[in-house]
Design a protein around this ligand. Structure first.
Ligand code: ADP
Ligand code: MG
Ligand code: ZN
Length: 479
């Protein structure tokens, strides 16, 4: 009979901070520029160049630490992690080993039994990102792009507190939500602004000791993380069941092929020869500075949920959906600020927006349209300028995909129901003349028969009119 096992997981999560400039120089951190256009002597590792710490990076790191219940280190400093790799021009990475900026925090998640569970954070430290190697398969040459070199990172190291893939995803979602609300990063796994390494081991249920762990890298979606965990759990259990040992090693997950392979074992683990960076002074964090940062923290999700209930009287489901992603909450508040009814704004975001997001695989953070254009669309419906069906079309074609002004789009494409009031009256006349049987029935008290006449009008108008208005016009004529 096979034994009962328990999965033990700890995560190392790298998050790129969204400061305008890099951590030790004034170069732009923007993603996607032409290769090597955001570089200078500091971030391309020229001898004799000197790093200067970006204060904004420290403030964002402390902000994340406060939001995850960490202690803030009053005397923090940077260390050099030495290694040789073409994407690392200095031949060392500036990181924090001995005195990380934050320690001993947690992220609250809900476990499988529905109870609150704290996944503890061991530390959060600041460091610089490396450049990117670009391999050209045609010429079989490798190029290096230093735009990313020196982009600020925080590494959030958890304790080995997670016990399933679900808990891992809940922890990562909690972190992402917190960091997005803080406006410290967009946390996009597919673009690498959030990257998670999964440390995983197996032990017999009830055992006090941890088993030997592996570390899985190259996980760029929640789906990949879940599949990698399931695969690694099975792989380790198979090894143990067949009397073999798990080897402590770093493994690379290939999500397309659905399996992992070893990258390097503990034996060939490098000695990074850490030492304090002599080019940077220690960071002293005063009580005042911490309170300043605390006072400036934006409204977090839990606070928003309470406020939305009081201020907008929305159903709990709406509030949950709207606040799940900061971008949706921002759009909601913006639309209401621009005059939209809260429930109507919420409906557009929860139904059409989410449907189109799913259809086009768009992340909330990448939504293009403005709150003003959403409010304008709602106004067009409120004033009966367009009907519901046309509004959906305008939302999809103009607002969601292009962020165009819906009023302008309605005008340009002649979609208004109002503009055609005169035409509509004529069509109603025509419809009555063309449907004598239905007219007869209506006059004899068969109210439902009016549907045929309304349908005729809608068809003639190619849907560009409000059925309720048409109904009313016909009823008046037949009185
Ligand atoms: P290292 O110094 O080798 O990087 P750490 O002690 O810093 O190791 O741990 C790295 C990550 O691995 C942490 O997130 C930690 O929670 C996790 N971890 C450590 N031991 C185990 C284990 N036996 N099983 C699962 N995860 C582990
Ligand atoms: Mg480590
Ligand atoms: Zn630079």
């Amino acid at each position: 009979m096979s034994k009962e096992y328990e999965v033990v997981i700890g995560l190392e999560v790298h998050v790129e901070l969204n400061t305008k400039t890099k951590i030790f120089c004034g170069c732009s951190t923007e993603f996607g520029g032409e290769p090597n256009t955001h570089v200078c002597p500091v971030c391309s590792g020229m001898p004799g160049s000197l790093p200067v710490l970006n204060k904004g990076v420290v403030e964002k790191a402390i902000g994340v630490g406060l939001a995850t219940h960490c202690e803030i280190t009053r005397n923090s400093k940077f260390d050099r992690k030495n290694y040789f790799y073409p994407d690392n021009p200095q031949n060392y990475q500036i990181s924090q080993l001995y005195y990380p900026i934050c320690r001993n925090g947690y992220v609250a998640i809900t476990d499988a039994d529905g109870n609150e569970k704290h996944v503890r954070i061991h530390e959060i430290h600041m460091e610089e990102d490396a450049g990117k190697l670009v391999h050209d398969a045609f010429t079989d040459e490798t190029y290096v792009d230093f735009n990313r070199s020196g982009v600020p990172l925080i590494e959030i190291v958890s304790e080995p507190d997670m016990r399933s893939a679900d808990e891992v995803i809940a922890y990562l979602e909690g972190l992402r939500e917190t960091i997005q609300y803080l406006d410290a990063s967009d946390c996009k796994l597919n673009e690498g602004s959030m990257r998670a390494d999964v440390n995983l081991s197996i032990r017999e249920k009830g055992s006090e000791e941890f088993g030997t762990r592996t570390e899985s890298k190259n996980l760029n979606s929640f789906r990949a993380i879940r599949r990698c965990i399931e695969n690694e759990v099975n792989r380790q259990i198979d090894l143990l069941e067949s009397g073999e040992k798990v080897v402590q090693e770093t493994r690379r997950w290939d999500d397309e092929k659905g399996f992992s392979y070893p990258m390097r074992s503990k034996e060939d683990a490098q000695d990074y020869r850490y030492f304090p960076d002599p080019d940077l002074v220690p960071i002293q964090v005063s009580e005042e500075w911490i309170s300043e940062i605390r006072d400036r923290q934006p409204e977090m999700r839990a606070e928003k949920i309470i406020r939305y209930k009081e201020e907008y009287q929305l159903p709990e489901y709406d509030i949950d959906q709207l606040t799940k992603e900061k971008r949706l909450a921002d759009l909601f508040e913006g639309a209401v600020g621009a005059g939209a009814d809260p429930k109507k704004a919420s409906n557009w975001l929860m139904t059409e927006t989410m449907r189109l997001m799913k259809e086009t695989s768009t992340d909330a953070a990448d939504l293009k349209f403005s709150a003003e254009n959403l409010a304008e669309l709602i106004r067009l419906v409120d004033t009966k300028e367009i009907n519901g069906a046309v509004a959906k079309e305008v939302f999809e074609k103009a607002v969601f995909s292009e962020n165009l002004s819906p009023a302008q789009y309605v005008k340009d494409n002649n979609l208004s129901t109002r503009a055609d009031d005169g035409v509509l009256a004529e069509v109603v006349e025509k419809a009555i003349a063309a449907n004598p049987k239905a007219v007869e029935d209506v006059k004899n008290g068969k109210g439902k028969a009016v549907g045929a006449i309304v349908g005729y009008v809608m068809k003639e108008m190619k849907g560009k009119c409000d059925p309720a208005t048409v109904n009313r016009m016909i009823s008046e004529k037949l009185k």
